[in-house]
Write a protein that binds this ligand. Structure first.
Ligand SMILES: [Zn+2]
Length: 198
């Protein structure tokens, strides 16, 4: 997507989200717009539990979440999570999170992703620009914060969710045009709505 189109769509999305509030936790609104209408309650329950554990285990990072995340949205994406800085939205793909393992893994993965995305808000606030080498620095910082939070998880969970920083994980997003990413994501969403082929 090109910048002018995005600058028009982002406020529109912010307005839509503020009118699509389906649940909330501690002032953070929760909304589900993915292809699966049956997973909404499970998504809200998982996110509320995830926010509860961030608040209980890591109050300092929880304050950051409160400051930089106004909406948490379940949406079908090409990645597990992403942050929309202009409207303070943390997008999660709950379908991908469910695929990672049992309830405990899902819960801590969700919490870690929220901490990561909230740190993007902090990085942007500190003036970090998400271009060139700045992107690597921002992802390194967010990854470090996510992993530092996950060190509070049970050992079994740590073994599954703690991994070294690898900038190659973001290569697709950094080397693919926004328009191409938009088309790929739209195709992915269409396939999910169509369901598995027989
Ligand atoms: Zn990130």
């Amino acid at each position: 997507m090109n910048a002018p189109v995005e600058s028009l769509l982002t406020p529109l999305m912010g307005w839509l989200l503020s009118h699509m509030l389906e649940d909330s936790f501690d002032g953070i609104s929760l909304c589900d717009i993915n292809h699966d209408d049956k997973d909404d309650e499970r998504f809200y329950k998982c996110v509320k539990k995830a926010l509860t554990i961030i608040r209980a285990y890591d109050p300092r990072r929880y304050r950051r979440v409160q400051q930089y995340v106004q909406h948490i949205v379940n949406v079908d994406m090409l990645s597990l999570a992403q942050y929309l800085n202009a409207i303070h939205v943390c997008e999660l793909d709950y379908g991908r999170i469910v695929g990672l393992g049992g309830r405990s893994i899902q819960l801590w993965c969700t919490a870690g992703a929220i901490v990561h995305e909230a740190t993007h808000g902090l990085a942007a606030d500190m003036g970090a620009r998400y271009v060139g080498e700045g992107r690597v620095g921002a992802e390194r910082l967010c990854h470090r914060e996510q992993m530092a939070f996950l060190r509070r998880a049970p050992k079994l969970v740590q073994g599954r969710l703690i991994y070294p920083f690898n900038p190659r994980l973001w290569e697709y997003y950094w080397s693919t045009s926004r328009w191409r990413q938009f088309r790929d994501a739209t195709r992915h969403q269409r396939e999910l709505r169509r369901g598995p082929r027989l």
